[in-house]
Design a protein around this ligand. Structure first.
Ligand code: SAH
Ligand code: SF4
Ligand code: F3S
Length: 447
């Protein structure tokens, strides 16, 4: 009998990629994907541990699934297997099993290739299906190839784990040490994705620009090799660390047209004392210099960042340095978070925790500064013609939404046959989070 699988994905794009690979792994075993957990036989919660709120979500989700399961069983319609995957599974697998007995199996991010075996084991004996090892056999070798690409854009994980140990961050503990996939495997997967219709590939890694797979492979060299693949028109990569922006990668921004002029490069804070306490191992000026080099290589490059406000001991003046940096750099977009102490991290042991209302107030001020920069960036695009990769339907009939090179959402009326293609769009309007426009060139002639 066909089985139904529902995967709920939280956290970053690496989890999105992993969820896709888990679905591909389970499809040959008869699991068809469904959106509604109430209709599923197997539900996988692919969790995130980065902030407390994200990590706690798993317990409320499991509670809801347990109720659904009881209703299903009462109707005599079978049961629901509940699996917890992702970074919270890795960080507190045993605790999840204890606190949430409804959970049937727990699987860490490095053990997904063992899912079929774990599911079978969970069905036989409850309470033994926990796998949070970092196995030596790479999960990538044990996962089947992707079967489809949605909307002409695909993610490709090339690196996992992190050796940076920023004092606030759980990732080095949940994803383990930095490890890069061999270039040959990455190139083969990229060719496969292109053959499935991917025109854009985003290379993923917790620290993607630390990519290095021996024999002189760096991210810059990998980008050049990927740009040779027929059909692949756009390359992006995320997330990068300022310390790993080497010359080869910056040069690729100058020389490889397929490498999109957009970079998410988190800086976290504009104050050197805080950067030091965060163990970022760069100053605000180091960051400015990286941006300068990037802009020299690719003058139209758009920038994005992550910020943490309310790190232990952050003074008003130090916070203001962050706001000033935002105004100075001019980010096309950025994410900002209230500092959240995470178990086991050095920062969680630091004194001088700030009260939540101070964090909230700072977050609001920073977000206003970020929104202002984003509005200015979007407004400056009005009147330009931008190539847009259209990948999903818009809100109104006949309308589609796509991405500009700078990662802005762009909506325009689009003939159905151009879905999944890159089309020139004259930008006519700017909104806080998106742009509007109309098609130009070849398409007008065809109309
Ligand atoms: N590897 C990436 C991002 C990792 S997590 C990097 O080095 O930048 C994504 C973002 O979450 C981080 O950039 C940081 O801004 C935020 N973050 C991580 N830990 C956090 C914590 N304990 N509290 C609040 N925000 C956090
Ligand atoms: Fe976390 Fe820092 Fe590593 Fe990014 S570089 S994943 S913030 S430890
Ligand atoms: Fe969250 Fe893990 Fe990604 S903690 S941000 S899902 S690497």
């Amino acid at each position: 009998m066909a089985k139904r699988l529902c995967i709920k994905t939280y956290g970053c794009q690496m989890n999105v990629y992993d969820s896709g690979r888990m679905a591909d792994l389970l499809a040959p075993l008869g699991y068809a994907a469904v959106d509604d957990a109430a209709e599923a036989d197997l539900v996988i919660l692919n969790t995130c541990h980065i902030r407390e709120k994200a990590a706690e979500k798993v317990y409320s989700d499991v509670g809801r699934l347990r109720d659904l399961r009881l209703e299903r069983e009462a109707r005599g319609e079978g049961s629901i297997t509940i699996a917890v995957a992702g970074c919270t599974a890795q960080a507190e697998g045993a605790e999840i099993m204890r606190r949430a007995p409804a959970v049937d199996l727990v699987v860490g991010p490095q053990a997904y290739h063992r899912l079929p075996e774990l599911i079978a084991r969970a069905h036989r004996t409850k309470g033994e299906a926990l796998d949070t090892d970092f196995p030596v056999d790479s999960k990538f070798d044990g996962l089947p190839a992707q079967t489809r690409v949605e909307g002409s854009a695909a993610f490709l994980t090339i690196q996992e784990g992190c050796d940076k140990f920023c004092t606030f961050c759980v990732v080095p503990y949940t994803r383990g040490a930095e490890a890069s996939r061999p270039a040959a495997a990455v190139l083969a997967e990229a060719r496969h994705l292109a053959s499935l219709g991917a025109r854009e590939i985003t290379l993923l890694g917790q620290n993607v620009n630390a990519y290095g797979a021996g024999e002189g492979w760096s991210l810059g060299r990998l980008v050049r090799a990927l740009a040779e693949i027929p059909g692949l028109e756009r390359i992006r990569y995320t997330t990068s660390h300022p310390r790993d922006m080497d010359d080869e990668l910056i040069e690729a921004h100058a020389q490889v047209p397929a490498l999109m002029p957009f970079l998410h490069l988190p800086v976290q804070s504009g104050a050197d004392r805080i950067l030091d306490a965060m163990n970022r191992r760069h100053t605000a000026d180091d960051y400015r210099r990286v941006i300068e080099r990037l802009r020299k290589a690719r003058p139209d490059i758009a920038l994005s960042s992550d910020f943490i406000v309310g790190f232990p001991g952050e003074s008003e003046a130090e916070f203001q340095a962050t706001v000033d940096l935002v105004a100075e750099i001019g980010f096309a977009q950025a994410y900002s978070f209230k500092y959240s102490p995470r178990p086991g991290t050095p920062a969680s042991m630091m004194a001088d925790c700030l009260p939540d209302d101070v964090k909230s107030e700072r977050l609001a001020r920073l977000q206003a500064a970020i929104a202002k920069g984003q509005r200015q960036f979007n407004e400056a695009c009005v009147g330009r013609v931008l190539p847009v990769l259209f990948d999903r339907p818009g809100r109104h009939p006949g309308q589609a939404v796509g991405r500009s090179p700078y990662m802005q959402g762009v909506h325009a009326d689009l003939p159905a046959e151009l879905m999944g293609r890159i089309v020139d769009v004259a930008i006519t309007s700017a909104h806080p989070n998106s742009l509007g426009g109309r098609l130009v060139g070849a398409t007008e002639a065809a109309a």
